[in-house]
Design a protein around this ligand. Structure first.
Ligand code: SF4
Length: 369
């Protein structure tokens, strides 16, 4: 059971004086992108449902000078669901025997890219568990082939913790971006959610390494995980401010019954939107995906996230027969339509919500402008 955002949980009515103070803190965050730790803590401890419209509107406004209402579309390919890790919350962790494991070969990955490129996608996101069979040699070959065939594309990798040498090899082969959520910046919570073979320090080191190498680096965290507190979230916000990642994935914790954390309550849509909006205030120029996990909590969860600061969507362009097998959380929203109708529906929904679907490479807006 988490104890975050207590007034949101209980539906407590906001006091007018507190509402004024919360609005001031939101303005201050929008102006300076960070506020003192005690104020962050105050905001999380006191925010009520009545304050959320102002928070969301401010977050939406903050991204306008950089991205307006553009939503960048990336083609997601889940290349392997093997994983050597045992993260307690994840449905494809190594101990789950109920998962049908798969790994795509090079030709299949390239075929997904070909179809994706023909549909207009210019970024391919290659995602997998920490699969030892995904060697540097194999990945470099895949990356080089994609870049040779589509030199105007971008490649984002989401393959977990790897060595410094491996990150360099993949970067030199042509990978542009790397997504590695920090999951939580609280050592206590990190150790509660991960087995002994996962190191809080190494995860952070990996993120530092990715930035040093030159990747557009993505981090991110889970909202509503078991035993999470407002102090833990304060640490996430401080860490993101310090790291200055180019992308941040913020998603709800969603309980999976085949994990050690079975039976726990999942995070909620509103809790996640609040943290997403705060991240937007702290990192106005970051790429913030409207994650599939939000679409799992509510069928318009991703579209509504566009109004709280999100500006990226990642439709799945991988083989349909493996969609079910990549269930890091349960009841994942699966794109079972053809890639073409999935693209068209995504575009239509974005437009119906007053936004523009942008198929360009969508590099992060640089600090230099
Ligand atoms: S969260 Fe990532 S590293 Fe952990 S078990 Fe799942 S796929 Fe593996």
């Amino acid at each position: 059971m988490n104890t975050i955002l207590p007034n949101i949980k209980t539906g407590k009515k906001q006091h007018p004086m507190t509402q004024k103070r919360i609005a001031q803190l939101i303005d201050q965050l929008a102006d300076t992108h960070m506020i003192p730790v005690d104020d962050l803590r105050y905001l999380l401890d006191h925010i009520c449902v009545e304050d959320t419209s102002y928070l969301f509107d401010t977050a939406h406004k903050v991204k306008q000078p950089y991205y307006q209402n553009r939503v960048f579309l990336r083609g997601l390919i889940e290349i392997s669901n093997y994983c050597s890790k045992g993260c307690h919350y994840c449905g494809i962790n190594r101990t789950n025997k109920n998962v049908q494991r798969y790994r795509l070969d090079k030709e299949t990955i390239l075929e997904c890219c070909r179809r994706g490129y023909d549909l207009g996608y210019k970024t391919f996101v290659l995602q997998a568990g920490e699969d030892p069979a995904l060697t540097d040699e194999f990945l470099c070959e895949v990356i080089k082939s994609i870049k040779t065939t589509y030199p105007d594309s971008r490649i984002s990798l989401s393959l977990g913790e790897r060595s410094f040498a491996s990150y360099i090899a993949l970067y030199q082969a042509g990978a542009d971006r790397y997504l590695l959520r920090h999951e939580t910046a609280s050592k206590r919570l990190y150790e509660h959610l991960h087995p002994n073979d996962s190191s809080f320090e190494n995860r952070r080191q990996c993120l530092d390494n990715l930035k040093v190498i030159g990747y557009q680096t993505g981090s991110g965290c889970m909202v509503g995980s078991p035993s999470q507190t407002n102090d833990d979230i304060v640490q996430d916000l401080l860490y993101l401010h310090q790291l200055q990642p180019h992308m941040v994935g913020v998603g709800p914790y969603l309980c999976h019954e085949d994990t050690l954390l079975r039976g726990n309550q999942s995070g909620t849509l509103l809790e996640t939107y609040i943290i997403l909006a705060l991240v937007r205030l702290i990192l106005p120029q970051a790429m913030l995906p409207a994650t599939t996990a939000l679409g799992t909590l509510d069928k318009l969860g991703r579209e509504n996230a566009l109004f709280v600061g999100a500006n990226v969507m990642m439709p799945n362009i991988g083989p349909k027969e493996y969609l079910e097998a990549y269930q890091i959380y349960q009841n994942k929203q699966l794109a079972k339509d053809t890639d073409e109708s999935n693209r068209d529906n995504t575009k239509k929904r974005i437009e119906a919500f007053g936004h523009i679907a942008d198929f360009s490479v969508g590099d992060v807006h640089t600090w230099e402008g």
